[in-house]
Design a protein around this ligand. Structure first.
Ligand code: HEM
Length: 461
C-alpha cells in the first residue's frame, strides 16, 4: 500500500509542466499570488521538481536558522556550479565552512572601512564622464562601477580593461540560467547542445582566461597584499597544501559575480525610486549637502546620513536583488505542520515577504521614512531579509551596504538623474531581479555644493 503524504495546498498546474509556465512568465507576480492564495506554506510543481514555498517570517527563520543542517543549497543555486564551480555560494559542509572562514576577514566591518576611499574614487571618476542633458543607461554604469570596485578591493586588479568581456560572459551566463531554470531546455540532458548552451560555454572559456590571468598576476606581483585573493593564495589546508588554481578561480568568479551585480541593482533601483519620488530625492539631497558640505563622502560620515541609510533599506525592501532563494531537504523534517521529505526543494521569496502589509503598511509605496520612525511592534527577523540569514547569510552584507551608501551619496552630490519620460520599469527576474531593458535616465549636473566655511579657529591660526 502506498503511503499518503499530506501536502500543503497549492496550484494544480498542468500535466508534466505543473506551474512552470506561470513561474517562467512572471515569477514575482506568481509568487505573490501564491502567498495570497495559499498562505504560510504552499506546494507547487515546476516540471519534475516539487517545491515547498514558505511565506511566513517565523517559518523562514525555522528553516534557515533551525534546520540548516537538514538542508543544502537548492537545485537552482546548484545550476550556478556551471559558472562559479564550487565557490562559497555553492559549496557545502566542511569545505564550505573552511572557505567561509578564510574569506571572512577581508569582508569584516573593520576591514571594509579601508575600501571606502576606492569606492568613492571610482564613483567620482565615473561621474566625471556624465554630461548635462545626456541620456545614459544607469544600470550599465552601475554594473561597471561596482565591477571595478570589487576587482580593486577584493581581487587586487583593475578590471576595466576586461570589464566588457566579463560583463558579456556574465550576460551569456544569465541567459543560459534563465533558459535552464525556466524553460524546457532545463529538462534536456546537459549534453544536448542548444544554442544557449554553446554560447554559454564559449563565454566561460573567455571568463576563465581572464580569471586565471588575474590569479597569475596576484601570485607574481601581489602575493603579500591583504585582499581576498591574496589571502586565498596564501592559505594552506590541514596537509599544508595550497588551493588549486581551479579552486582559486571558483572563489574569484564567485566574488566577481556575487560582489557586483546585486549592489549595481540596488543602486539602479534607488535611482529609479528617487526619480519617481521627487520629495524623497529632495530630502536626500538636503541631507547630503548639509552633512557633507561639498566634501567627498567618507565612511565616518555614514552614521550621520540616516536618510541615505533609509533610502538604501527601502530600495532593498521593494526591489530585493536576490528576490528569492532556496534549499533542498536532505533529511526529512517538520515545518509548519507538514513533513518536508528529503529530496524536495524549499523556496522563500524576499520580494513576497517585503510586500506583506502586516509588516509594511502600504507595501507598494516607497517610504524611506518607515525606517526612521519607531515601530509599534518589532519587525520579525525574516520579514525583511535582503541578505538571507542563518549560517549562509551574505558574507558581503556590510561591504554592499557601505558601497551602496557611499556611491549613492556621491551621485546625489553631483547629479540629478530622472528616468526618461515614458519609461516603464519591467522586471526580469532570472538569478537576480533585473530591469528588463536597462534604466535610461536623463542627466542634470548639480552645481558644486558650497564647502563649509572654515571655522574661526582655523582662520585665525
Ligand atoms: C545588495 C547587495 C547584495 C545582496 C542583496 C546579496 C544577497 C545575498 C543573499 C540573499 C545571500 C544568501 C543566499 C542563500 O542563503 O541562499 C547571499 C550570499 C552570498 N553573498 Fe551576497 N548579496 C549582496 C552583495 C554581496 C557582495 C558585495 C558580496 C561579496 C563581496 C557577496 C557575496 C556573497 C557570497 C559569497 C554569498 C554566499 C555565502 C555563503 O553561502 O557562505 N554578496 N547574498
Amino acid at each position: 500500500m502506498s503511503q499518503v503524504v499530506q501536502r500543503p495546498p497549492g496550484p494544480r498546474g498542468v500535466p508534466v509542466l505543473g506551474s512552470l509556465n506561470e513561474l517562467r512568465k512572471a515569477p514575482t507576480t506568481f509568487l505573490l499570488e501564491l502567498a495570497n492564495t495559499y498562505g504560510p506554506i504552499a506546494y507547487a510543481r515546476f516540471g519534475p521538481t516539487s517545491v515547498y514555498i514558505i511565506n511566513d517570517a517565523a517559518l523562514i527563520e525555522e528553516l534557515l536558522v533551525g534546520k540548516h543542517r537538514d538542508c543544502i543549497k537548492d537545485l537552482g543555486t546548484r545550476e550556478l556550479v556551471a559558472l562559479v564551480g564550487t565557490g562559497l555560494i555553492t559549496s557545502e559542509g566542511d569545505f564550505w565552512r573552511r572557505q567561509r572562514k578564510l574569506a571572512a576577514p577581508p569582508l569584516q566591518p573593520k576591514r571594509i572601512a579601508g575600501y571606502a576611499q576606492v569606492m568613492v574614487d571610482c564613483a567620482e571618476r565615473m561621474l566625471a564622464g556624465f554630461r548635462d542633458d545626456e541620456v545614459r543607461d544607469i544600470h550599465l554604469d552601475m554594473t561597471q562601477v561596482t565591477l571595478e570596485i570589487v576587482g580593486r578591493t577584493l581581487l587586487g586588479i583593475d578590471p576595466r580593461r576586461d570589464a566588457e568581456h566579463i560583463r558579456h560572459a556574465l550576460e551569456r551566463a544569465m541567459e543560459y540560467f534563465d533558459k535552464q531554470l525556466r524553460t524546457i531546455q532545463g529538462l534536456l540532458p546537459l549534453w544536448v547542445p542548444t544554442p544557449d548552451r554553446i554560447r554559454f560555454r564559449k563565454a566561460m572559456v573567455e571568463l576563465d582566461r581572464i580569471v586565471y590571468r588575474m590569479i597569475d598576476h596576484c601570485r607574481n606581483h601581489d602575493a603579500d597584499a591583504e585582499h581576498l585573493l591574496a589571502r586565498l593564495l596564501l592559505a594552506r589546508d590541514d596537509n599544508d597544501q595550497p588551493m588549486t588554481d581551479k579552486q582559486l578561480r571558483d572563489e574569484a568568479i564567485t566574488m566577481l559575480l556575487a560582489g557586483h551585480e546585486t549592489t549595481a541593482l540596488t543602486l539602479s533601483y534607488a535611482t529609479y525610486l528617487l526619480s519617481e519620488n521627487p520629495p524623497c530625492a529632495a530630502r536626500l539631497r538636503a541631507e547630503i549637502d548639509s552633512e557633507l558640505s561639498g566634501k567627498s563622502a567618507r565612511v565616518e560620515d555614514l552614521p550621520k546620513l540616516r536618510y541615505l541609510d533609509a533610502v538604501v533599506k527601502e530600495t532593498l525592501r521593494l526591489y530585493p536583488p536576490a528576490y528569492a532563494m532556496g534549499r533542498e531537504v536532505v533529511r526529512d523534517f517538520e515545518l509548519g505542520g507538514y513533513t518536508l521529505p528529503a529530496g524536495n526543494q524549499v523556496m522563500m521569496s524576499q520580494y513576497v515577504m517585503h510586500r506583506d502589509a502586516r509588516y509594511f503598511p502600504q507595501p507598494e509605496r516607497f517610504v524611506p521614512e518607515r525606517w526612521l520612525e519607531p515601530r509599534s511592534e518589532p519587525l520579525p527577523r525574516f520579514a525583511y531579509f535582503p541578505f538571507g540569514g542563518g549560517p549562509r547569510t551574505c558574507i558581503g552584507n556590510h561591504y554592499a551596504q557601505m558601497e551602496a551608501a557611499l556611491v549613492l551619496a556621491t551621485m546625489t552630490q553631483q547629479v540629478e538623474l530622472r528616468v526618461v519620460p515614458g519609461y516603464k520599469l519591467q522586471l526580469a527576474p532570472i538569478v537576480t531581479l533585473r530591469p528588463l531593458r536597462g534604466l535610461p535616465v536623463l542627466v542634470r549636473r548639480r552645481k558644486p555644493a558650497v564647502r563649509a566655511a572654515p571655522d574661526a579657529a582655523a582662520l585665525s591660526a
